[in-house]
Design a protein around this ligand. Sequence first.
Ligand SMILES: Nc1nc2c(ncn2[C@@H]2O[C@H](COP(=O)(O)OP(=O)(O)OP(=O)(O)O)[C@@H](O)[C@H]2O)c(=O)[nH]1
Ligand SMILES: [Mg+2]
Length: 301
Amino acid sequence: MSKNNIKAIQPPKKSGFAVLVGRSNVGKSTLLNALVGTKVAITSPKPQTTRQTIHGIVHDPRGQAVFMDTPGVFEKAHDRLTKRLNMIARDSLRDIDLVVYVVDPTRAVGNEEHIVLRLLENTDAPKILAINKTDLRDLPYLGSYEALAARFDQTVSISAEKGRGLKQLLDAVFELLPEGEPIYPEFQVTNLNQKFWIAELIREKIFTQLHAEIPYSAGVEINEMEKRENGLIYIRATILTAAERYKGMIIGAGGRKIKEIGAVARKELEIIWNSKVFLDLQVEVDERWLDRLVPLDCYGP
Ligand SMILES: Nc1nc2c(ncn2[C@@H]2O[C@H](COP(=O)(O)OP(=O)(O)OP(=O)(O)O)[C@@H](O)[C@H]2O)c(=O)[nH]1
Ligand SMILES: [Mg+2]
C-alpha cells in the first residue's frame, strides 16, 4: 500500500470548543492545566479563583480541542464580582461544540448544581459528565452524581490532580467534537497574553498566602516588563485592593506578607522561564479596582 492510500483512510480531523463548567472549586482550572500539560490557569483551594474565560489548547493526532475554563457558578450572587463571574460562566455556553460538566463528589448536589444543570438543558451541544477528585477516599456523594449520567452523552471518572482518567476524557472529547480545521496555530497553548498570565500568577499567590476575604477584593496589574541586558527579567506590578485595611494586610507587619507573595511568585517564574527575575511589587488602594481591571486586555500574544 502506498503512503497516499494510508493517508486516505485516516479519519477526518476534529476541532472545536469544549467548555468546562461547574460550580466553584470543583477543579475546572486544575483539569485545564492537566489537559494542556502546563499551567495555563491559576488554581486555589478557595472558591471563585478564576475570573476570565481562559482557553487551553490540546493538540492531538485526532485534531484540536480548545478547552474553555470558566469562573465557577457561585450561589450568592449579591456582590458585583460574583455577578460578573456568573455572567461570564453563563455566556461561555453560547457557540460551543461540547460541554464538560465537572463535579466534585465530596460535596452534595446543591442549589449551585441545579443552576448549572438548568443552564445545560438549554444547550444543544453534546455533554460529558466528568466526576473529579476520585483520588480521594471519602466520596460520600458519588452515587448522586452518577445518577445524573443518563442526562449526558458520556460519563468519566477523573482525578485532575493526579492526572487519572484524562485519556478516557480526551477519547470522549474527540469522539464528540465535530470535524473541522484547527482553531489555533500549532504550539499555541493558551489565548492569554503573557502580561495577563503573570498578573494571574501573582494573584494566585494572593489566594494562597492571604486570608479568605482579601483575595476577593484584590486584583493585579502589570505596569512594566523588560528583559535586561544581563538576562534578568524585570517586572513591576501593582496589587490593587478595595480598602486601606486590606492594603495593610497585604503588606503585613514589616512588609513581610508582600515579600512572601513576591518571593513565591518570583521563584515560580524563575523555574518556568529558567531565568533570573526581579519582581517589584507595590500595593495601591482603589475602590474601583474591579472596573480598572475588567474588561481586561488579557487575550493575544
Ligand atoms: N484531591 C483532589 N483535589 C483536586 C482535584 N482537582 C482539583 N482539586 C483541588 O480543588 C481545589 C479547587 O481547584 P480549582 O482548579 O481552582 O477549582 P475551580 O473549579 O477552577 O474553581 P473556581 O475557579 O473557583 O471556579 C484546589 O485546591 C485543587 O487542588 C483532584 O482531582 N483531586
Ligand atoms: Mg478556576
